[in-house]
Unconditional design. Structure first.
Length: 201
Protein backbone atom coordinates (compact mmCIF):
# COMPACT_ATOMS: atom_id res chain seq x y z
CA UNK A 1 0.00 0.00 0.00
CA UNK A 2 1.11 3.57 -0.46
CA UNK A 3 2.63 5.39 2.46
CA UNK A 4 1.86 8.70 4.11
CA UNK A 5 5.33 10.05 4.74
CA UNK A 6 6.11 13.03 6.91
CA UNK A 7 9.34 14.89 7.63
CA UNK A 8 12.23 13.17 9.34
CA UNK A 9 15.79 14.19 9.93
CA UNK A 10 18.26 13.09 7.29
CA UNK A 11 21.99 13.60 6.83
CA UNK A 12 22.74 16.76 4.90
CA UNK A 13 19.18 18.06 5.20
CA UNK A 14 18.82 21.76 4.50
CA UNK A 15 17.85 24.24 7.19
CA UNK A 16 14.41 25.86 7.21
CA UNK A 17 15.91 29.07 5.88
CA UNK A 18 17.65 27.25 3.05
CA UNK A 19 14.41 25.50 2.11
CA UNK A 20 12.23 28.59 2.34
CA UNK A 21 14.26 30.76 -0.05
CA UNK A 22 13.56 28.74 -3.23
CA UNK A 23 9.99 28.15 -2.04
CA UNK A 24 9.31 31.88 -1.69
CA UNK A 25 10.93 32.55 -5.07
CA UNK A 26 8.76 29.88 -6.70
CA UNK A 27 5.57 31.27 -5.16
CA UNK A 28 6.38 34.77 -6.34
CA UNK A 29 6.84 33.45 -9.88
CA UNK A 30 3.51 31.65 -10.06
CA UNK A 31 1.64 34.52 -8.37
CA UNK A 32 2.77 36.80 -11.20
CA UNK A 33 1.50 34.47 -13.96
CA UNK A 34 -0.80 36.33 -16.41
CA UNK A 35 -3.30 33.47 -16.82
CA UNK A 36 -4.17 29.96 -15.73
CA UNK A 37 -2.24 28.19 -18.51
CA UNK A 38 0.97 30.04 -17.66
CA UNK A 39 0.31 29.54 -13.95
CA UNK A 40 0.01 25.78 -14.43
CA UNK A 41 3.18 25.65 -16.49
CA UNK A 42 5.08 27.57 -13.83
CA UNK A 43 3.63 25.47 -10.99
CA UNK A 44 4.94 22.32 -12.61
CA UNK A 45 8.30 23.87 -13.46
CA UNK A 46 8.81 25.24 -9.94
CA UNK A 47 7.72 21.95 -8.34
CA UNK A 48 10.33 20.13 -10.42
CA UNK A 49 13.02 22.50 -9.17
CA UNK A 50 11.96 22.28 -5.53
CA UNK A 51 12.13 18.46 -5.24
CA UNK A 52 14.33 17.64 -8.26
CA UNK A 53 11.58 15.67 -10.02
CA UNK A 54 12.04 14.22 -13.50
CA UNK A 55 8.45 14.30 -14.73
CA UNK A 56 4.97 15.03 -13.49
CA UNK A 57 1.57 16.58 -14.00
CA UNK A 58 -1.01 18.95 -12.62
CA UNK A 59 -4.49 17.46 -12.62
CA UNK A 60 -7.51 19.72 -12.17
CA UNK A 61 -10.94 18.74 -10.91
CA UNK A 62 -13.64 19.42 -13.48
CA UNK A 63 -17.33 20.19 -12.96
CA UNK A 64 -18.10 16.52 -13.73
CA UNK A 65 -16.09 15.42 -10.69
CA UNK A 66 -13.24 13.94 -12.73
CA UNK A 67 -9.57 14.84 -12.60
CA UNK A 68 -7.93 15.65 -15.92
CA UNK A 69 -4.30 16.43 -16.74
CA UNK A 70 -4.10 20.19 -17.33
CA UNK A 71 -0.31 20.49 -17.51
CA UNK A 72 2.42 17.88 -17.78
CA UNK A 73 6.08 17.25 -18.50
CA UNK A 74 7.49 13.89 -19.56
CA UNK A 75 4.06 12.22 -19.72
CA UNK A 76 3.13 10.61 -23.08
CA UNK A 77 0.59 12.65 -25.05
CA UNK A 78 -1.87 9.76 -25.35
CA UNK A 79 -1.96 9.37 -21.57
CA UNK A 80 -2.48 13.12 -21.10
CA UNK A 81 -5.38 13.13 -23.56
CA UNK A 82 -7.14 10.02 -22.25
CA UNK A 83 -6.70 10.27 -18.47
CA UNK A 84 -9.91 10.75 -16.52
CA UNK A 85 -9.88 9.92 -12.80
CA UNK A 86 -12.95 10.10 -10.56
CA UNK A 87 -12.69 11.19 -6.94
CA UNK A 88 -11.78 8.23 -4.76
CA UNK A 89 -10.40 6.18 -7.65
CA UNK A 90 -6.75 5.31 -8.36
CA UNK A 91 -3.98 7.13 -6.52
CA UNK A 92 -4.71 10.69 -7.63
CA UNK A 93 -8.45 10.30 -7.05
CA UNK A 94 -7.89 9.03 -3.51
CA UNK A 95 -5.45 11.85 -2.78
CA UNK A 96 -7.94 14.43 -4.05
CA UNK A 97 -10.77 12.90 -2.00
CA UNK A 98 -8.79 12.49 1.22
CA UNK A 99 -6.66 15.62 1.03
CA UNK A 100 -3.68 13.50 2.12
CA UNK A 101 -0.40 13.26 0.16
CA UNK A 102 0.92 9.86 -0.91
CA UNK A 103 4.42 8.56 -1.53
CA UNK A 104 4.91 5.58 -3.81
CA UNK A 105 8.23 3.87 -4.36
CA UNK A 106 7.42 0.66 -6.20
CA UNK A 107 8.12 -1.80 -3.42
CA UNK A 108 6.71 -5.31 -3.92
CA UNK A 109 3.80 -4.87 -1.49
CA UNK A 110 2.78 -1.50 -2.87
CA UNK A 111 -0.17 -2.30 -5.10
CA UNK A 112 -1.02 1.38 -5.60
CA UNK A 113 2.20 1.80 -7.54
CA UNK A 114 1.03 -0.60 -10.26
CA UNK A 115 -2.13 1.42 -10.83
CA UNK A 116 -0.20 4.70 -10.81
CA UNK A 117 2.46 3.77 -13.39
CA UNK A 118 1.33 2.70 -16.84
CA UNK A 119 2.99 -0.43 -18.32
CA UNK A 120 6.22 0.34 -20.14
CA UNK A 121 7.02 3.49 -18.17
CA UNK A 122 9.96 3.73 -15.78
CA UNK A 123 9.12 5.44 -12.48
CA UNK A 124 11.17 4.65 -9.38
CA UNK A 125 9.44 6.95 -6.88
CA UNK A 126 6.44 9.26 -6.94
CA UNK A 127 4.53 11.69 -4.79
CA UNK A 128 0.94 12.78 -5.24
CA UNK A 129 -0.02 15.98 -3.43
CA UNK A 130 -3.54 17.43 -3.10
CA UNK A 131 -4.09 20.95 -4.38
CA UNK A 132 -6.40 22.41 -1.76
CA UNK A 133 -7.28 25.95 -0.78
CA UNK A 134 -9.84 27.20 1.76
CA UNK A 135 -10.99 23.61 2.32
CA UNK A 136 -11.68 23.09 -1.38
CA UNK A 137 -9.86 20.62 -3.62
CA UNK A 138 -8.96 22.02 -7.03
CA UNK A 139 -6.69 19.21 -8.20
CA UNK A 140 -3.61 17.08 -7.60
CA UNK A 141 0.11 17.61 -8.18
CA UNK A 142 1.95 14.46 -9.27
CA UNK A 143 5.76 14.32 -9.31
CA UNK A 144 7.92 11.38 -10.41
CA UNK A 145 11.53 10.24 -10.29
CA UNK A 146 12.55 8.15 -13.29
CA UNK A 147 16.32 7.84 -12.94
CA UNK A 148 18.92 7.12 -10.27
CA UNK A 149 18.38 5.52 -6.88
CA UNK A 150 16.98 8.51 -5.01
CA UNK A 151 13.49 8.20 -3.59
CA UNK A 152 11.20 10.94 -2.38
CA UNK A 153 11.25 11.33 1.40
CA UNK A 154 9.50 13.27 4.13
CA UNK A 155 11.36 16.49 3.43
CA UNK A 156 10.23 16.36 -0.21
CA UNK A 157 6.62 15.76 0.85
CA UNK A 158 6.71 18.65 3.32
CA UNK A 159 8.17 21.08 0.78
CA UNK A 160 5.86 19.97 -2.02
CA UNK A 161 2.82 20.16 0.30
CA UNK A 162 3.54 23.73 1.38
CA UNK A 163 4.11 24.70 -2.25
CA UNK A 164 0.95 22.90 -3.41
CA UNK A 165 -1.23 24.69 -0.87
CA UNK A 166 -0.13 28.09 -2.15
CA UNK A 167 -0.24 26.94 -5.77
CA UNK A 168 -3.84 25.82 -5.27
CA UNK A 169 -4.77 29.34 -4.15
CA UNK A 170 -3.21 30.75 -7.34
CA UNK A 171 -5.09 28.20 -9.48
CA UNK A 172 -8.40 28.94 -7.73
CA UNK A 173 -7.98 32.68 -8.20
CA UNK A 174 -7.08 32.22 -11.88
CA UNK A 175 -10.14 30.00 -12.37
CA UNK A 176 -12.41 32.62 -10.79
CA UNK A 177 -10.96 35.37 -12.98
CA UNK A 178 -11.33 33.20 -16.08
CA UNK A 179 -14.93 32.41 -15.19
CA UNK A 180 -15.70 36.09 -14.58
CA UNK A 181 -14.16 37.00 -17.94
CA UNK A 182 -16.32 34.41 -19.72
CA UNK A 183 -19.45 35.73 -18.03
CA UNK A 184 -18.57 39.29 -19.01
CA UNK A 185 -17.97 38.22 -22.60
CA UNK A 186 -21.31 36.43 -22.63
CA UNK A 187 -23.12 39.49 -21.31
CA UNK A 188 -21.48 41.72 -23.94
CA UNK A 189 -22.55 39.32 -26.67
CA UNK A 190 -26.10 39.30 -25.27
CA UNK A 191 -26.24 43.11 -25.20
CA UNK A 192 -24.88 43.31 -28.74
CA UNK A 193 -27.53 40.86 -29.95
CA UNK A 194 -30.25 42.83 -28.20
CA UNK A 195 -29.12 46.06 -29.85
CA UNK A 196 -29.06 44.39 -33.25
CA UNK A 197 -32.58 43.10 -32.81
CA UNK A 198 -33.81 46.48 -31.60
CA UNK A 199 -32.26 48.16 -34.62
CA UNK A 200 -33.98 45.74 -36.96
CA UNK A 201 -37.46 46.61 -35.65
Amino acid sequence: MSRILWPSARPGARSAAEESAPLVAALLRIAAAPGIEEALRLILSCAFELVAADEGSVMLLGPDGNLRIAASEGIPADIVASTRVALGEAVSGRVAASGTPRVLDGRPWERSFDSYVEPGRSVSSAISIPLRTAGQTVGVLNLNLTSGRRRFDGADVRLASVFAEQAAAVIHKAQLLESAARREEGLRALVATGRSLAGAL
